[in-house]
Design a protein around this ligand. Structure first.
Ligand code: ZN
Length: 161
């Protein structure tokens, strides 16, 4: 009886977050994904562009932060794995301004919240260009990396080699 009650209490006390098993699985997934990204960049002689999120934390409200904490944690783990593996492999990483990357039309440059009617979909209200939202964001990030920091890209590349 005593051990049963103890068991119930400890089960109740368990925090509602990822179990050790789930955490290890997510960590494994992030390792595999980051390894593939860095290997592709290295093989094709390219750099990796990431959104610079160092200042974004201040712009996000505390409530949204709370809600997105788990997602963010996995996301930041993936980013840190990519940055670390890229550094080891001598692959340059460029950080770009993250503002409006998912709201800007890559065809006509129209910036509008309504360009992204759902989380998954991009549909330009100005020229009608439509594509998956994450593809559009990735294209915008790549374009900014090429325009913004060609000198840093070269400097990083030569410093690591
Ligand atoms: Zn457009």
């Amino acid at each position: 009886m005593e051990s049963q009650r103890k068991g119930t209490r400890s089960a109740k006390r368990k925090p509602r977050k990822l179990s050790g098993k789930q955490r290890r699985f997510q960590r494994h997934v992030n390792h595999v994904v980051s390894k593939a990204i860095v290997a592709t960049a290295q093989r094709t002689g390219r750099g990796i562009a990431l959104e610079d999120l160092t200042s974004i934390r201040d712009r996000v409200t505390a409530r949204r932060r709370q809600r997105a904490r788990l997602h963010n944690w996995l996301f930041f783990q993936l980013r840190s794995f990519i940055e670390y593996k890229a550094w080891l492999a001598g692959v340059p990483v460029v950080l770009v301004d993250p503002r409006n990357t998912s709201r800007t039309c890559p065809v006509c440059r129209c910036i509008d919240k309504r360009n992204r009617p759902t989380q998954a979909r991009f549909s330009c209200i100005s020229c009608g260009f439509a594509a998956p939202a994450d593809v559009v964001a990735a294209r915008n990030i790549r374009a900014r990396a090429a325009v913004n920091q060609p000198n840093e890209l070269l400097a990083q590349g030569s410093a690591s080699g």
